[in-house]
Design a binder for this molecule. Structure first.
Ligand code: ADP
Ligand code: MG
Length: 259
């Protein structure tokens, strides 16, 4: 997020509301949600099914705008209620990385090409994109699967390719919606630790919806949603201190070299 203001929070969501439908099919999914996430912070978003977690994540991800409230990313006002304040598609491409529950890889492209495309879309020249895609796949432990089509990979391998794709452009903000749901607990933990590592090394912010309580120690903090609200409003405004320093436990691994 180099072009974004370094001193601003990565996410500042102010008084978000979201209503789906109208009349007797109306569902209020967000009720006055305020959330701040600092750069370098790794935050887990918890709560029961239907609480509004995906709605909040996709609002912040500029995919599913709120009904009212404002979203600032890296100090930029990006959404004022449903109204875009920037070119959302360009902003998303440049500054946000997404990981969903399912990998959603392009089925007719190899693992390598799936990552490469994410770079080329941001005007990285093909050779450099290829090199960087390969580095990322190595970093995620799926370098030996680079030439395979998604169909030939296990669910865990596909998800790691999806993580590589999300990290490709070194986004300042990574959003993940139950990214480890399809992984065993060991692989799931690896993915969470990787998010933490990227956040700290790259000074990115990470917001992850998760049900996996076994990996919660990886996070700097957790926020909980229930019935469209953040349950603990004290924790929704973020810590006063700087986020934690470099992690102790994470493997040193390969660095994320620039493209
Ligand atoms: P979570 O991710 O915590 O399970 P969601 O954000 O998916 O919760 O959903 C919050 C509420 O909004 C639920 O009551 C859900 O049924 C409703 N909802 C989500 N998406 C839509 C939609 N596209 N249309 C109508 N209602 C929706
Ligand atoms: Mg959800």
């Amino acid at each position: 997020m180099n072009t974004l203001a370094p001193d601003s929070p990565a996410i500042l969501a102010e008084s978000l509301t979201k209503t789906y439908g109208s009349g007797n099919t109306e569902v209020v999914a967000l009720r006055d949600v305020t959330l701040r996430v600092l750069r370098g912070e790794v935050v887990a978003l918890l709560g029961p099914s239907g609480a509004g977690k995906s709605t909040l994540l996709t609002a912040i991800g500029l995919i599913n705008p709120p009904t009212s409230g404002r979203i600032h990313i890296g100090g930029h006002l990006v959404l004022d209620g449903p109204r875009p304040a920037v070119d959302l598609r360009a902003f998303r491409r440049k500054h946000l990385g997404f990981v969903f529950q399912r990998a959603n890889l392009i089925p007719f492209l190899s693992a390598l090409e799936n990552v490469q495309v994410a770079l080329e879309i941001n005007d990285v020249p093909p050779r450099a994109a290829r090199k960087r895609a390969r580095e990322l796949l190595d970093y995620l432990g799926v370098g030996d699967r680079a030439r395979h089509l998604p169909d030939a990979l296990s669910g865990g391998q596909q998800q790691r390719v999806a993580v590589a794709r999300a990290l490709a452009n070194e986004p300042g903000l990574i959003l993940a919606d139950e990214p480890t749901a399809a992984l065993d607990s060991h692989r799931g933990r690896q993915v969470m630790e990787l998010f933490a590592k990227v956040a700290r090394e790259r000074h990115a912010a990470v917001l992850v919806v998760t049900h996996d309580h076994r990996a919660l120690d990886v996070f700097d903090r957790t926020v909980e949603m229930e019935d469209g609200r953040l349950r603990d409003s004290a924790s929704s405004t973020g810590p006063c201190d700087e986020p934690k320093g470099p992690p102790q436990r994470l493997d040193a691994g390969a660095g994320l070299g620039s493209p």
